[in-house]
Design a protein. Structure first.
Length: 100
């Protein structure tokens, strides 16, 4: 490889994430802040990887619903859903599948 190609390749390796690391960053982002550099790396990876984009979308949905369910009724355990909640989650999942 030429010197310029080698430098570009090494530079890309410093910026690009593998899918496993991107998945960890997606999960971390749901509960904690990522550094600016890691947010940029994740953004670049998500631009090029549709599987990780889908994982990120699903992760956001799960986090959202867990927060919503946690605030519906504090007297009931979070893991116990009533029929209306189950129906709403199923409808939302089906709606998102048709969008993609």
């Amino acid at each position: 490889m030429s010197s310029l190609k080698t430098k570009i390749y090494r530079g890309m390796n410093k910026v690009m994430l593998d899918c496993e690391t991107a998945g960890l960053f997606v999960a971390q982002k749901e509960y904690d802040k990522l550094s600016l550099l890691n947010r940029i790396k994740l953004w670049l990876h998500l631009l090029t990887c549709r599987h990780c984009r889908e994982f990120a979308r699903q992760s956001r949905s799960i986090t959202y619903y867990m927060r919503v369910l946690g605030s519906i009724n504090e007297n009931e355990p979070i893991h116990k859903l009533n029929e209306e909640q189950k129906k709403h989650i199923i409808e939302e999942i089906e709606r998102q599948q048709y969008i993609n």
